[in-house]
Design a protein around this ligand. Structure first.
Ligand code: BES
Ligand code: ZN
Ligand code: ZN
Length: 516
């Protein structure tokens, strides 16, 4: 993790900054602080707004203007707000993200945001400034640890040599904003941890090293960590998960993370913890049913579900959320070798149900099946959410914009839908149906890991398979994030690569609905 740009809140603008960020409304009129700066700069900013075509004051429009001596800053970045009555947490976060990208592109080093809030805004100043800062923070990410001499780039190679160091946000609610921002910052830390894990390469991140990282990073925050190695897993009967990991020289692991934030009295309400389960296939070659070569390198992201769970636990611990949560991640590397599981093998899952393996590339559901059984038998959770880069079929259905969400409980769906709207991590409800469940029943075994319909409805039959492992109608959601865990283009608050999708969503779900 490279050092993040420092973000602070101040009452009076910092004078040593080289760049001022100011805002314009949807009529391209500068807000008061910007107008004052414009006067100081002899009207050069308003002149630029009038003459340059690109800037219309729409949400996220940006324009940079060099300032004359005496203006106090070398340059101004004007950011369009669009319709300011529409500004909410999400749109302000996006504005922050776009501001961050623009500051980078104009080589700002120290920037000061002159943050004005108008009566028309829905949010109070402290909330608005904190949300905006959250967007800055979320966009501040670059997986560059393997680039040598990153700090000493040759000049003339087209890469910015100056680097952004500090952004101060000047607003009257300075210290209150800082307080509100602290929680956003903790969640962003979880998101960035998740991105780092997803981006990490599979020769460095494999089940054993992954488990060690989790212990090292989360224990100091007060998270209880338990690691099941392959011997323990065999003793307990993780037959499905072990089968997936068999082909690799790097043995599988299960990591259980517990955040117990509830105080003693309310622990006795008889309800179990919330459970989050993540697919952590550190590399998916497909195994003996091997994948095509083109694009296989992306399969280092096949642990994106686990990364979301880990990021959530980190955010909950950092904010000391008053809630009891158990996170469980099933880690394995799916490799072809002389020790691999084969198509046709019949394996016995932890639940006792036998599964005929028809395709070794449908491995995620096998790993999840055992993790689901384990978490239910040990922790009796009051609800379960699993996340997994489970199927290519969900990308056929929804592309890269929405994660497919299969839920057996309408209340849980409502909660997820709300969290999704609040965070912009988009979910689309998909069907659970007895027909999909039945499709996964075996002829020579209890279940099989492939449906009958070829590629059709592959995400639905995968969910149908998982449903066989949910006991007593426990409220459960399965979120297929194959399309959203990895982004090919930059988004306002998410640079390309591992997205950390799910962390913000789950954090809101937990804190808004289940925390004391
Ligand atoms: N990890 C893949 C799914 C995936 C594909 C994630 C593309 C991210 C991007 C999963 O293990 C898989 O291979 N699924 C198969 C299932 C099939 C064999 C039933 C698929 O989707 O093709
Ligand atoms: Zn696979
Ligand atoms: Zn996979």
């Amino acid at each position: 993790m490279s050092t993040p740009v420092s973000i602070s809140f101040v009452k009076t603008p910092k004078t040593k900054s080289d760049t001022a960020v100011i805002f314009a409304d949807d009529k391209s009129r500068l807000l008061p602080s910007g107008a004052t700066l414009d006067k100081k700069a002899n009207g050069i900013i308003s002149a630029a707004l009038e003459t340059r075509d690109g800037f219309k004051g729409r949400h996220g429009d940006v324009i940079a203007v060099f300032l004359p001596k005496g203006a106090g800053y070398k340059q101004a970045l004007v950011v369009g707000l669009g319709d300011s009555s529409k500004l909410d947490v999400l749109t302000l976060e996006n504005l922050g993200g776009k501001t961050f990208a623009a500051l980078k592109s104009i080589s700002a080093v120290q920037a000061c945001v002159l943050f004005d809030v108008d009566k028309k805004w829905r949010l109070k100043e402290a909330e608005a400034a904190a949300a905006y800062a959250s967007g800055l923070r979320l966009r501040d990410y670059n997986f560059d640890k393997y680039k040598q001499g990153n700090k000493k780039k040759k000049s003339g190679d087209g890469v910015n040599t100056a680097s952004l160091k500090e952004i101060s946000i000047a607003c009257t609610a300075g210290s209150e904003s800082a307080k509100t921002y602290a929680a956003y910052d903790a969640v962003a830390e979880g998101v960035i941890f998740a991105r780092d894990l997803v981006n990490e390469v599979a020769n460095v991140l494999y089940p054993e090293s992954y488990a060690n990282i989790l212990a090292k990073e989360l224990k100091p925050l007060g998270v209880q960590i338990e690691i099941l190695d392959e011997k323990k897993m065999a003793k307990l009967g993780f037959g499905a998960h072990l089968a997936v990991g068999m082909g690799s020289i790097r043995p599988p692991r299960v990591v259980i993370m517990r955040w117990n934030g509830m105080s003693g009295a309310s622990k006795k309400n008889g309800k179990g913890p919330l459970a989050f389960v993540g697919k952590g296939v550190t590399f998916d070659t497909g195994g003996i049913s091997i994948k095509p070569a083109a694009g296989m390198e992306e399969m280092k992201m096949d642990m994106g579900g686990s990364a979301a769970v880990v990021g959530l636990i980190r955010a909950l611990a950092r904010t000391k959320a008053k809630v009891d949560v158990v996170g469980i991640v099933g880690l394995a590397e799916n490799m072809p070798s002389d020790r691999s599981y084969r198509p046709g093998d019949i394996i016995t899952s932890l639940s006792g149900k036998t599964i005929e393996v028809l395709n070794t590339d449908a491995e995620g559901r096998l790993v999840l099946a055992d993790a689901l059984t384990y978490v239910q038998s040990i922790y009796k959770p009051r609800m379960i959410v699993d996340l997994a880069t489970l199927t290519g079929a969900i990308m056929v259905a929804l592309g890269f914009e929405y994660a497919g969400t299969f839920v057996n409980d309408d209340t849980l769906w409502k909660q997820l839908e709300r969290a999704s709207e609040d965070t912009g991590e988009k979910l689309w409800r998909m069907p659970l149906d007895a027909a999909y469940r039945d499709e996964m029943k075996g002829s020579v075994s209890d279940l099989k890991n492939l449906g009958n319909q070829g590629r059709y409805g592959g995400a639905c039959s995968a969910a149908g398979f998982l449903e066989h492992f949910i006991e007593n109608d426990t409220p459960w959601a399965h979120i297929d994030i194959a399309g959203t865990a990895w982004w090919k283009t930059d988004k306002p608050t998410v640079p390309r690569g591992g997205s950390g999708f799910g962390v913000r969503l789950l954090y809101r779900l937990v804190v808004d609905n289940y925390a004391q």
